[in-house]
Design a protein around this ligand. Structure first.
Ligand code: ADP
Length: 389
């Protein structure tokens, strides 16, 4: 293509009027052309705006190409300035293997046998310039992509920061609401209890019944606010991870549940449990919630059997709490870990926050949770954490 105004054609021809003649031919195609006598001189003029080198073999024979070779080698990844090498027919086989090596390897060399017509030279340079233009196009695309990626990353960063701020605000709001709700609730429950115990004889049965309902609702609401507080407390601030002994944690939990050691129900702890990297209080809360659920969701008239075990999985440990209870249908297994999600069974008290706390606690400790279950045949909940050494 004639008339390219931006790309420079650099001619290197050391002997006689060679340079002037080649320059004259190229000027007919209206390419900006500069003629140099040596490769070193051409190296001084090297820039990314150079479209093509037209080099005569005499320039390479002089062995002056080190500076140019290093310039060519230092080009950016997208750039490979093409070289049109003019050589005699006799030396063609030699340059076919040597030219690229002499010029540092990072070049596309087109060999043109001399003597050649002006049209052949123009065609060879034109083809090389087209290759070079495609390289610029590629560079522009790369720059465009990088700019786009950078702006996308920036937008993701900004949005994540905004979301985190929003979540933190919401958490702190629900924390203070739950906290402030508890005092008036306790007052309500307290007065209802006072009337029920101190004035029971004077109460008609209907009033007594209503007061009992008020007390029960206040109690339930208190439980709900406690659970929300426990959940939001888990989401707030940093937690310190330590190596925690699982056997000690499990023993402490078992002591808190007299129902577990009754003659009807039983719990089996499969030793050894080993150690995990965890936040002690959060881990205790999570395992305790799982044990409490295993007790709550037993099958009618069937003694509850719980087994707690821990299994190594590479550098992690999977702690399992298994029961023989009602089990969970497959369609409910994912959603029960979400806050306030319960599978309808109004006979069993609960707030729908217990498993959300287990999940949040595990995540805060860098772990995961899951469940395996067969409806009617029990469930196995697990928490996986890093192994403690
Ligand atoms: P809650 O126990 O207050 O209902 P959770 O978040 O602890 O809330 O549990 C959510 C739901 O998951 C429960 O309502 C129950 O349907 C189901 N679930 C939890 N643990 C068990 C279990 N061990 N066996 C059967 N179902 C369970």
């Amino acid at each position: 293509m004639a008339g390219d105004t931006s790309l420079l054609v650099l001619v290197v021809a050391p002997t006689g009027a060679d340079g002037a003649n080649i320059g004259a031919v190229l000027k007919t195609a209206k390419w900006p052309t500069r003629v140099c006598r040596t490769l070193d001189e051409a190296a001084g003029k090297f820039s990314t705006r150079v479209g093509v080198f037209v080099v005569t073999e005499e320039a390479l024979i002089r062995n002056e190409h080190l500076q140019l070779a290093s310039e060519l080698h230092a080009q950016p990844a997208w750039s490979e300035v093409p070289v049109v090498l003019l050589a005699s027919s006799a030396s063609m086989p030699h340059w076919a293997t040597e030219a690229s090596k002499s010029l540092g390897g990072r070049t596309l060399v087109t060999l043109v046998a001399r003597p050649c017509s002006a049209a052949t030279l123009v065609a060879a340079v034109d083809a090389a310039l087209q290759v070079r233009r495609r390289q610029y196009h590629l560079r522009d695309l790369l720059v465009e992509r990088e700019t786009l990626m950078a702006s996308l990353e920036e937008r993701v960063r900004e949005r994540t920061a905004k979301l985190q701020e929003l979540v933190a605000e919401l958490e702190s709001f629900s924390y203070s609401v739950s906290h402030d709700l508890r005092a008036p609730l306790r007052v309500m429950a307290g007065y209802a209890q006072v009337v029920l115990t101190d004035f029971r004889r004077t109460l008609v049965p209907e009033v007594e019944h209503y007061l009992e309902r008020i007390a029960r609702s206040a109690e339930r609401m208190d439980r709900l606010t406690q659970d929300v507080l426990a959940y939001t407390r888990l989401s707030r601030g940093d937690i310190q991870l330590d190596v925690v002994d699982l056997a000690a944690t499990v023993n402490e939990i078992i002591e808190q549940y007299p129902d577990l050691t009754s003659s009807r129900n039983s719990i089996l702890v499969r030793q050894p449990l080993g150690r995990v990297v965890a936040h002690g209080p959060s881990l205790a809360q999570a395992i305790s919630n799982l044990v409490e659920n295993a007790l709550k969701f037993g099958r009618p008239k069937v003694p509850v059997k719980i087994s707690i075990s821990a299994r190594r999985r590479g550098n992690r440990v999977r702690i399992s709490v298994k029961d023989n209870g009602v089990g969970i249908a497959p369609e409910h297994r994912r959603k029960i870990f979400q806050i306030f999600e319960r599978v309808a069974n109004h006979a069993v008290p609960g707030t729908g926050i217990g498993l959300a706390i287990v999940k949040k606690a595990a995540e805060r400790m860098g772990g995961t949770v899951g469940v395996k279950s067969r409806p009617g045949a029990g469930s196995e909940f697990w928490i996986e954490l890093a192994r403690g050494r």
